[in-house]
Write a protein that binds this ligand. Structure first.
Ligand code: PAD
Ligand code: ZN
Length: 366
């Protein structure tokens, strides 16, 4: 057991406290990593505010990259010194979803993402004798983390971990939603509602797929500009204009694809009126999971469809190296997504800025 600094959430809607906690050795099928960098995602924000629930105390953070320090028994694909990106699915390989090659829906994810524990239901972090949860089985707002080894994907040592950490969640969620979930076709039209780290990654995925029209809907002007830089062809300020009407003006029939990347019910419902007959609306944002959406049935009669996207329908062993490669080729722009680099003790301020809709991605660099 050793001692590390971590940002610990004790109460919903209260700031996290940066304090010393203890971390155990990795158990069977786990690895201990030194966290090099971690992005801040809106899903952390939702836990912070009790919209997504977790047992507390907990260490949040699930968009991390680091260096392996120790591996537990039975781990053969990693060794100390390996550079890794932590991903949102442990890809157990034997549940029905993994067998169907849908590891983003791996049954074990319910332990790591809902329970915020390791796969055996326990945790490797303690504070004053109490067990501390790790968000998504990761908990990257800490100097070190024990993570299920299946959720660690090795990357080459020359890729900057303080950039590719974004591939751990937001980028894979966004690019994957366009390339895997929607399978955006060349020449098609897309609208993306919400241009934070996830929405801007969807825009990049649509551009990489060869979409001709990419409309970004976002109230923050700096992020509308960033959307244009990253591949959008049009932008809409939903505070100044009726976004649905404007999408219809640009595309006549509506778009082939729409993506919601905020996590609001009203914008999920709004997408339905933005897509054309045969169009596909993709729910990427995560509202309160108990909420319900209302869709007019006429949309179904025109063969419109709506589907969800979990972690960009990613197959991490295939997609993480693919996205790292796209970054290296300059096709996937990560540097532009990072609007602040911060220390662990600035994590609360950075989430306040996220709450105000400012900045694309903040990254904690250890
Ligand atoms: P973010 O807070 O960085 O970005 C949200 C953006 O939406 C901000 O730029 C806001 O300004 C903008 N916005 C707010 N209101 C409106 C509006 N009415 N119309 C248009 N834009 C608006 O969040 P993020 O990019 O980190 O995450 C976005 C969502 O994706 C969030 O709900 C998060 O929980 C979810 C997510 N889903 C998965 C998944 O697997 N499906 C994974 C990771 C994150
Ligand atoms: Zn996330």
């Amino acid at each position: 057991m050793e001692h590390i600094q971590a940002a610990v959430l004790h109460q919903f809607n209260e700031p996290m406290r940066t304090e010393e906690i203890s971390i155990d050795e990795p158990h069977d099928g786990e690895a201990l990593i030194r966290v090099v960098a971690s992005g801040l995602c809106h899903s952390d924000y939702s836990v912070l505010h009790g919209i997504l629930r977790s047992e507390l105390p907990a260490v949040l953070g699930h968009e991390g990259a680091g260096i392996v320090e120790k591996v537990g028994p039975g781990v053969t694909h990693l060794k100390p010194g390996d550079h890794v990106i932590a991903v949102l699915t442990p890809s157990c390989g034997h549940c029905p979803m993994c067998q169907e090659e849908s590891p983003s829906l791996c049954f074990e994810t319910f332990k790591t993402m809902v329970g915020n524990t390791m796969l055996d239901g326990t945790n490797r972090l303690q504070l004053d004798g109490r067990s501390v949860r790790q968000l998504c089985g990761i908990g990257s707002f800490a100097q070190k983390a024990v993570v299920p080894a299946g959720a660690l994907i090795k990357v080459d040592k020359d890729v900057p971990l303080d950039k590719v950490c974004l591939i751990g969640c937001g980028v894979t969620t966004g690019v994957g939603a366009a390339l895997n979930t929607a399978q955006v076709k060349p020449g098609s039209s897309c609208v993306v509602i919400g241009c934070g780290g996830v929405g801007l990654s969807i825009i990049q995925g649509c551009r990489i797929a060869g979409a001709e029209t990419i409309i970004a809907v976002e109230p923050n002007v700096a992020k509308r500009d960033l959307a244009m830089e990253l591949g959008a062809t049009h932008t809409i300020d939903p505070k100044a204009e009726d976004a649905r009407k404007k999408v219809r003006e640009i595309t006549m029939l509506g778009t082939h694809y729409a993506f919601e990347a905020i996590g609001r019910i009203d914008t999920v419902e709004q997408m339905w009126g933005m897509i054309r007959p045969n169009g596909l609306a993709v729910v990427v944002g995560v509202p309160n999971p108990r909420d319900e959406v209302k869709l007019r049935v006429s949309g179904f009669l025109a063969q419109r469809s709506m589907k969800g996207s979990a972690y960009g329908s990613a197959v991490p062993t295939r997609d993480i190296p693919r996205f790292v490669d796209l970054y290296r080729k300059g096709e996937l722009k990560l540097d532009a997504l990072i609007t602040a680099r911060i220390g662990l003790e600035q994590v609360n301020e950075a989430f306040e800025a996220m709450g105000r809709g400012e900045g694309a991605r903040s990254v904690i660099v250890f």
